[in-house]
Design a binder for this molecule. Structure first.
Ligand SMILES: [Fe+2]
Ligand SMILES: [Fe+2]
Length: 200
């Protein structure tokens, strides 16, 4: 399936508003590739397809899981904001013919992140929250960090914002989000320490 066929097919899954978001994410992801040296082609595909399962109804989640042998954890089972990234990976694989593990994992982890993400995973994670249509308190800071060469700092900042929102809603926070945050906070600290010790 070529790119325009993929976009046409995606229209069967997403409303126009989400199509626009998906194309914006693909564009931001390619721009981030130019900065960080990622694969633009993979980033574009991952961006286009990352939210393919966003409009799967909660009542249909179980049948998708059965169909594709998907195992959701207890938190994902109750929350389509979390399960859509996992389901999306399987839909991208089985219904769009994507067999590239890097692209599939970028889709799979775009909501929670995870420790030690690949470059493409990080790029899609951040492109999703900085694309041009995004407008939430703090988006400018995440954008500046992301497009200013500080990708991991952008990730931590974005996760901090997500955690605040989740807490204020008294919603359930996925443990993988916390693990991702801790991993990147430590990575940034260690990098600063190493930088300082070189100066001394
Ligand atoms: Fe998403
Ligand atoms: Fe998204």
């Amino acid at each position: 399936m070529n790119k325009s066929e993929m976009i046409e097919k995606l229209r069967d899954y997403l409303p126009e508003r989400r199509m626009v978001h998906s194309m914006n994410v693909a564009k931001s992801a390619m721009e981030l590739c130019d900065i960080y040296g990622g694969d633009r082609e993979k980033a574009e595909i991952a961006g286009i397809l990352h939210d393919v399962a966003k409009y799967v109804k909660f009542s249909d989640v179980e049948s998708y899981c059965h169909k594709y042998g998907i195992e959701l954890d207890d938190i994902e089972k109750t929350n389509t904001s979390l399960s859509h990234s996992i389901l999306g990976m399987y839909i991208a694989k089985n219904e769009f013919g994507i067999d590239d593990d890097e692209i599939l994992n970028a889709i799979r982890f775009h909501t929670t992140g995870r420790p030690a993400m690949s470059l493409l995973e990080k790029i899609i994670f951040i492109a999703d929250v900085v694309e041009v249509g995004r407008d939430y308190p703090g988006v400018d800071v995440v954008r500046e960090l992301a497009f200013g060469g500080e990708l991991e700092e952008a990730i931590v900042h974005s996760i901090d914002g997500t955690i605040s929102v989740v807490l204020s809603k008294k919603a359930v926070l996925h443990t993988r989000t916390v693990e991702a945050r801790n991993y990147y906070v430590k990575l940034i600290k260690d990098r600063e320490k190493a930088r300082n010790s070189v100066v001394i």
